[in-house]
Design a protein around this ligand. Structure first.
Ligand SMILES: Cc1cc2nc3c(=O)[nH]c(=O)nc-3n(C[C@H](O)[C@H](O)[C@H](O)COP(=O)(O)OP(=O)(O)OC[C@H]3O[C@@H](n4cnc5c(N)ncnc54)[C@H](O)[C@@H]3O)c2cc1C
Length: 383
């Protein structure tokens, strides 16, 4: 069985390490910082099928099925809650957006319903504002604890023999004769037959020297977390134009995000301070969230942060075995909704790395789709 190196200790990389190690591969995962230190820790942690692009829906469905028993499988509490997802309409125009979303997704056989008035919406979430006009509700959506999930995958991978090494940056993918030979790290060169790039917004720093690229922009999303509150909100919330989203964690804390913010220009060298939300941005998010969930306005804020998103032109990820370099597997560009998919991304990476036919169709996720097009997808539905 091939030796596999995985670059990236987020949900994609750690899930892949687990799947590959339990299949018998010799796996080494390198994470430059700490596990779940980037998107997989910044995330809202929504686990949803609703609002997905049709190409992504089979992956989201498979992921939701996996999340149901993931904690048991990994031997850790990942705080998965299947309490549904409400996407709210606040204006007559948004009502029509939600109505169309429900129609399209029902046609794709998703268990989603249209809640036509405030009474129906507050029947699901009584704490919501009386000003909400309508919503979609997908009962089989939910949420989970992202840090717990990543650490659970890493621990399970270690138990299966994987070497998970946080604090080690991969400087370069070593390629010779058209195939990968391993990676160079600050601690030396490590040989491997397969290298998986699950490096989120940093993927292109490793791909460009090989002449490869995943087109992406990197917007910032602000996140606010409050003190623990008594049970208030069971489903995850979104809104029709995606300018905010949120949930109540199992801990009782409210965790809400704003919409896609300014683009980050120099991702290779980002500094934590640059990701701190501005006072203006925070007050905007607080205003938006309080207008749908009035109790948010009275809650004490305990933490705020900004998260970078690896946004591709059509807001779909790249999951493929590169045709240009033998042994190179890419899984990046999750465009703000890759946390839910993580458990399935791990299985798909394992299929690609082991040379097995992928268990779900991946044609929509090849880089080749970007050749000569300037398509812009629905960039709005992060979370
Ligand atoms: C604010 C916010 C809200 C979100 N909400 C949701 C949501 O509700 N639901 C959902 O499904 N998704 C959501 N997402 C998206 C989701 O969090 C990500 O798509 C997912 O976590 C991506 O996981 P990943 O493992 O691919 O990338 P990451 O978690 O970013 O992991 C990549 C890792 O690679 C490491 N790395 C990079 N370069 C190197 C190198 N050279 N050497 C070693 N290590 C390296 C990085 O340090 C990083 O830890 C949200 C994202 C954000 C930012």
């Amino acid at each position: 069985m091939a030796d596999v190196i995985i670059v990236g200790g987020g949900i994609s990389g750690t899930a892949a390490a687990y799947e590959l190690a339990r299949a018998g591969a010799k796996v080494t995962l390198f994470e430059k910082g700490r596990l779940a230190g980037m998107a997989s820790g910044w995330t809202l942690g929504g686990v949803r099928q609703s609002g997905r692009h049709p190409a992504e829906l089979p992956l989201a469905r498979a992921a939701v099925a996996t999340w149901a028993t993931l904690g048991e499988e990994l031997g850790a509490d990942v705080e998965y809650r299947r309490n549904g997802n409400l996407r709210l309409a606040r204006t007559p125009d948004e009502v029509e957006v939600i109505r169309a979303l429900v129609r399209d997704q029902k046609a794709a056989a998703l268990d989603i319903e249209f809640l036509p008035d405030n009474r129906a919406v507050r029947g699901v979430a009584p704490a919501l504002s009386e000003r909400i006009l309508a919503a979609s509700f997908c009962a089989s959506d939910g949420h989970a604890n992202p840090e717990a999930a990543v650490h659970a995958f890493a621990a399970a991978a270690r138990r299966c023999g994987a070497d998970i090494r946080a604090g080690v940056r991969v400087e370069r993918v070593a390629v010779a004769g058209g195939r990968v030979r391993g990676v160079d790290t600050a601690e030396g060169t490590v040989a491997a037959d397969i290298v998986v790039i699950a490096a989120g917004v940093h993927a292109n720093e490793l791909l460009s020297p090989l002449g490869l690229k995943v087109p992406m922009t990197v917007p910032l999303v602000d996140v606010i977390q409050t003190e623990p509150l008594p049970p208030l909100l069971a489903p995850v919330l979104g809104v029709a134009n995606a300018d905010c989203a949120g949930r109540q964690e199992a801990s009782g804390r409210l965790r809400f995000t704003g919409g896609l913010g300014q683009l980050h220009r120099d991702v290779a060298a980002w500094q934590p301070a640059e990701l701190q939300p501005t006072a203006g941005a925070l007050s905007e998010v607080i205003g938006l969230v309080s207008s749908i969930l009035p109790a948010f306005g009275a809650a004490r804020v305990t933490r705020v942060w900004g998260g970078l998103i690896d946004l591709t032109p059509d807001a779909l990820p790249v999951i493929e075995r590169a045709s240009e370099v033998e042994g190179l597997v890419l899984a990046c560009g999750f465009s703000g909704h890759g946390f839910c998919l993580g458990p399935v991304t791990g299985k798909l990476i394992a299929d690609l790395a082991l040379g097995c036919p992928p268990r779900l169709p991946l044609d929509a996720f090849r880089r080749a789709r970007f050749a000569g097009t300037h398509a812009r997808g629905d960039l709005a539905l992060h979370g």
